[in-house]
Design a protein around this ligand. Structure first.
Ligand SMILES: [Zn+2]
Length: 275
């Protein structure tokens, strides 16, 4: 699933192509993936894109404070791609919505497994109220004190707490496992037993991890690609995710694969002991 670094990479790679461009036509091929109004007007036909914002794994494409806007969530297999003019029809399969920018190309939302979607709203304020108010602060900007108070409210294990988007927005299975390994913390370590100093270390490690992953344009697992169709290279730097059974890069022990918080979790029994 695309997580914060992948969604941020989509945002950054999409904005130069669509920012300042007018949407001249909208085609909805599968109305079920659009929540809210399905009309071309509701999906921003006639408007000039002025910004793309992100919180956690969610994107908001807008055209000013008083204009209709759309939220996009990529789910498991979703992608938002810009196709320049003359690029041909591209992959027509699983393209659910297409936004055309006159003769400047088009943007398309594909989602083979359909866990993602597009939501239309009358204004960005309404979108944020409906879609973003239940999210915790974004993982790139959350402050140590805020994360500490959020973690002290839950006796769950750290893996479950970090995956909870209402605690901190943006981490998924990949970066939660990578973060816990970087901090040498067991995925089932009770979240409310971290000290303020440990949470501060966690926040700094999280920023470093996410910044490095964004610099590598994300991790391409499954079919992830950015808005220009490029794959990310961070998967080659994963220390634990996807490496169950392989040697720990730190101590050489075989990495453990176990279902924790309902997700396949990989960690090192030696380096991340439950104490
Ligand atoms: Zn180890």
């Amino acid at each position: 699933m695309p997580e914060l670094p992948e969604v941020e990479t989509v945002r950054r790679s999409l904005l130069p192509h669509v920012g300042g461009r007018r949407i001249t036509a909208v085609e909805v091929h599968r109305p079920q993936v659009v929540r809210g109004g399905h009309s071309p007007q509701a999906l921003m036909r006639g408007l000039v894109v002025t910004g793309i914002d992100r919180r956690g794994k969610h994107l908001l494409i807008s055209a000013g404070p008083q204009s209709p806007c759309i939220c996009v969530h990529l789910g498991m297999t979703g992608s938002l791609r810009f196709c320049p003019p003359g690029a041909g029809p591209g992959r027509g399969d699983h393209v659910h919505v297409r936004w055309r920018f006159g003769n400047h190309g088009h943007m398309e939302f594909r989602d083979p497994r359909r866990f993602g979607g597009v939501w239309s709203f009358n204004t960005p304020e309404a979108a944020m109220r409906a879609r973003w108010s239940s999210l915790g602060p974004d993982a790139l900007i959350i402050r140590p004190r805020d994360l500490h108070s959020r973690l002290t409210r839950t006796g769950r294990g750290l893996k479950a707490a970090l995956l909870d988007q209402s605690v901190v927005a943006g981490l998924g299975n990949i970066y939660a496992d990578e973060l816990l390994f970087a901090l040498r913390l067991h995925p089932q370590h009770p979240a409310n037993r971290l000290s303020a100093a440990q949470v501060q270390q966690m926040v700094y490690a999280m920023r470093r991890l996410l910044a490095r992953a964004i610099a590598a344009r994300g991790s391409s697992v499954r079919d992830y690609h950015d808005a220009e169709g490029n794959h990310g290279s961070y998967a080659a730097l994963h220390q634990v995710y996807g490496r169950g059974g392989q040697p720990c890069t730190s101590c050489g022990a075989a990495l453990q694969r176990q279902t924790i918080a309902g997700r396949t979790t990989v960690f090192c029994r030696q380096c991340q002991q439950l104490c």
